[in-house]
Write a protein that binds this ligand. Sequence first.
Ligand code: COA
Length: 193
Amino acid sequence: MSDYQKLRQWAAGLFEGERVSLRAIEDQDIETFCDWWDDPEITLFNEGTIVRRPREVNREMFRQWAANKDDSGFAYAAEAAGQLVGQVSVYSIKAPAMIGKLGIVVGPQFQDRGYGTDILEVALRIAFTEYACRKLELLVFSYSDRGIHTYEKVGFQVEGRRRGNVFHAGTWYDDVSMGITAEEYFARHPRPF
Ligand SMILES: CC(C)(COP(=O)(O)OP(=O)(O)OC[C@H]1O[C@@H](n2cnc3c(N)ncnc32)[C@H](O)[C@@H]1OP(=O)(O)O)[C@@H](O)C(=O)NCCC(=O)NCCS
């Protein structure tokens, strides 16, 4: 097979997971993301402070992520069986470090069904095989047991812990930084050709 034929096949499957497909974020998805963003199941894990913002502010944030205007990262909607189940983004990849930051949300009603794991696998594939990411990192709050477990499942390792960085209900919680390098990713997923 020629390089072109191999790459064509590769490109066709790039956005496909075992259970989810990633695709561009459209305006109607943004309404669902805004609903999720205000749900305590999401807010508590994504925001250091519980805050309510006008819907238009959140819409604008998602619109900017959705544009995928440059090569510093990407944001996609995740679909399973034609239904919107989540959103994932990788951002801030820049030379010379080439370290991307990752964010993910699975809709509250779709959590714990394996979608998050699959979305992460596809996002890691895109980051490491198409964006020349050298490392991906993320921050997760210490009370997100499910998040930490899911990130470890796809190869992230705990790199550090900042004590008392998040404040809720009058109590300080830690945040945990996690990362996966390109070498670690390719050890788990050898280059296809
Ligand atoms: C974290 C998140 C992305 C994971 O996606 P998901 O679709 O729910 O995850 P999956 O179903 O693929 O996997 C969940 C795993 O966590 C495990 N899990 C569930 N609850 C858990 C808990 N309380 N403690 C430890 N592990 C837990 C599940 O058993 C499963 O692991 P397994 O496959 O080894 O059994 C998703 O739940 C989410 O968006 N949560 C809210 C927002 C959030 O936390 N975002 C991340 C901020 S950094």
